[in-house]
Design a binder for this molecule. Structure first.
Ligand code: NOJ
Length: 592
């Protein structure tokens, strides 16, 4: 087993072979290479972490940039902190800390404190208690990033809650419950409230390109709510909303299964990209791996039949990369985000953590002491062991040993790809060329280092914590989400507004644009007036706060009195769907 303290120490001592020496010889032993790249990856993450990191020196403590790439020389602009990237990276750092690397504690505390501050920022996704937590990225000085971006992205709060829950459980077990109650739980509870409230609303996916319901986001939401409910109990609180919502989320998750694979997106908006096969479904099972779970199809555990079938089908989609030419079935190939239509830097292989899945599955089979090959997962297994047939193979039989060893070899093949295409200095970029393997897009990507480290930890048998997935049950009755009402009318009683003017509603939720507002959904809104000469005036004062009706067709009355004032043009209009000109039945709006 990897000594985690040692791994950490490796980043500050130099008694390991130099990278140059390693890279000169392609046939260097994989174990040696992996140990060395782990050292580089820890350093790579810390170089991107303020206040001491080389690429973010002096910025507020806890800011973890996605990459030092600053938009120059053809590189993307990643000099910001993303909630998703930093949460997934700190999940790994917390695992290293729990594994014995005490020197990480102040860095984790800094990050936690910073998250509490970021949660309080109003931003283009909303206010702190009305959607703002779904804003994906923040400036390096810890302020709102006002630029146009794909927002909201609803996975961030759930991923952050998971990392903070992992940390909190350790703190509680080590006598620091008061610290959790004081410093960490207030942040987690806000994230859980966001997740419970927005899990079934559409948003941008993790690749920041597609609008809809993303499998990755829904699965991350489910995990966060389940473990959040358990943590609340441990702290003597309750998260009733987590408990009541998580079965519904699990239920919705089932609808992504197509019969052959997991589709990455439902309810997608035709105006944006949509792809069915997408490696985010693989990353999702990596994230929701529960070391104490069985091969559970409902939560798509790595050793479940559905997850393995999905791995096979999704992986095959990348076979057409030039880099993968001539590699036979059952051998690892380079994987990207999705294949058809990926135009980001040309659409190339990315990240370095794929084998995490397989090592997670290996652990699960070892724990339950058997491997079940079903009709659903057969195609995954036949690539590795062509003679295999559906059946249950128990520990101690040659077939069980044979299958385990084949999966381990397959997993190491993915590590060998990282070894082959990582440049001499060990830097992990966001992508590497599908033609010749050279690094592309953002350099020194924090998330790439974190994925690599986490894969290495899994390979070394360090598994993270159970998130209590077994406690999560599908609802007994058929699950149905909240009904979506297809029309919504705002009435403004303002007799002084002449017929020649138009009145709009602007609001905090995108559903106002499509008029697909789920029942029982909180949102904020304001009225604006447009004069015939196009001059615009905003309703002054605070926003109105409302919750849509419990049932479609019902009326909700919001007490409001509006005093119009001179021009107030804040707020970025995204879409104006239609203008009706009717002054009291208002059916024109956009979202701020
Ligand atoms: C683009 C990726 O698609 C997204 O997932 C990531 O959060 C950002 N880059 C920052 O790394």
């Amino acid at each position: 087993m990897l000594d985690l303290t040692l791994l950490w120490q490796m980043s500050v001592v130099s008694d390991v072979p130099s990278v140059e020496n390693l890279r000169v010889c392609d046939s260097v032993d994989l174990d040696v290479y992996l140990q060395h790249e782990a050292h580089i990856s820890v350093d790579g993450v810390l170089a991107n972490l303020a206040p001491d990191g080389e690429y973010i020196l002096g910025k507020p403590a806890g800011i973890l940039i996605a990459s030092p790439s600053n938009g120059e020389n053809g590189e993307p602009e990643y000099l910001s902190t993303w909630t998703r990237d930093s949460s997934l990276t700190f999940k790994v750092l917390v695992e290293l800390f729990i594994g014995g690397n005490g020197s990480l504690r102040p860095k984790i505390d800094d990050w936690v404190a910073l998250q509490g501050k970021l949660q309080l920022l109003s931003n283009p996704s909303g206010f702190p208690n009305s959607g703002g937590l779904g804003d994906p990225r923040f400036e390096v000085d810890g302020t709102t990033a006002w630029m146009n971006w794909a927002r909201p992205q609803r996975d961030g709060p759930a991923l952050r809650a998971t990392t903070l829950t992992l940390f909190s459980n350790w703190l509680i077990s080590n006598g620091e419950t008061a610290h959790v109650l004081d410093q960490v739980w207030p942040i987690i509870s806000k994230d859980l409230a966001y997740t419970a409230r927005y899990w079934n609303q559409t948003g941008f996916d993790l690749w920041e390109e597609s609008w809809g319901s993303s499998f990755f986001t829904v699965a991350a939401s489910h995990r966060a709510l389940v473990e959040g409910a358990a943590l609340a109990k441990r702290l003597g609180h309750a998260c009733a909303l987590c408990e009541s919502t998580s079965p519904e989320v699990l239920c919705f998750l089932q609808s992504f299964w197509t019969g052959t694979h997991i589709t990455s997106q439902l309810n997608y908006n035709q105006g944006w990209k949509h792809h069915d096969l997408d490696s985010s479904t693989i990353i999702s099972s990596i994230h929701t791996f529960d070391p104490e779970a069985n091969c559970d199809d409902a939560t798509l555990q790595p050793c479940s039949s559905r997850a393995l079938a999905n791995l096979k089908v999704t992986t095959e989609d990348f076979r057409s990369y030039k880099l993968n030419e001539g590699i036979s079935l059952g051998k690892a190939i380079a994987l990207g985000r999705y294949n058809a239509g990926d135009e980001y830097y040309g659409g190339n292989p990315c990240t370095s953590g794929w084998p995490r899945w397989l090592h997670a599955a290996i652990h699960q089979w070892k724990r339950i002491q058997y491997i079940t090959v079903t009709d659903v997962s057969l195609s995954f297994f036949t690539d590795l062991v062509p003679s295999i047939r559906p059946g249950r193979y128990t520990k101690g039989t040659p077939t069980y040993d044979n299958l385990l060893s084949a999966v381990r070899t397959y997993a190491d093949g993915f590590f060998a790809i990282v070894q082959k295409y990582t440049p001499q200095n060990g830097d992990l970029a966001e992508q590497f060329s599908k033609v010749d393997g050279s690094p592309l897009s953002a350099r020194k990507l924090t998330w790439s280092y974190a994925s690599f480290l986490s894969a290495k930890l899994r390979r070394d048998g360090i598994l993270g914590q159970s998130w209590n997935s077994a406690s999560s049950k599908l609802p007994a009755t058929q699950c149905v989400g909240r009904p979506i009402c297809t029309s919504l009318t705002f009435s403004l009683l303002a007799d002084s507004i002449p017929e020649s003017e138009q009145v709009y509603v602007v609001g905090s939720v995108d559903q106002l644009v499509t008029v697909d507002l789920p029942t029982d959904m909180p949102f904020e809104f304001k009225f604006i007036r447009k004069w015939p000469n196009q001059e615009t005036r905003w309703q002054p004062g605070s926003n109105f706060v409302a919750t849509s009706a419990a049932n479609c067709g019902e009326k909700v009355t919001v007490n409001s009195s509006v005093e119009w004032q001179p021009d107030q043009t804040s707020g970025a209009a995204r879409t104006i769907i239609m203008t009706s000109g009717a002054r009291r039945a208002i059916r024109a709006w956009f979202v701020w």
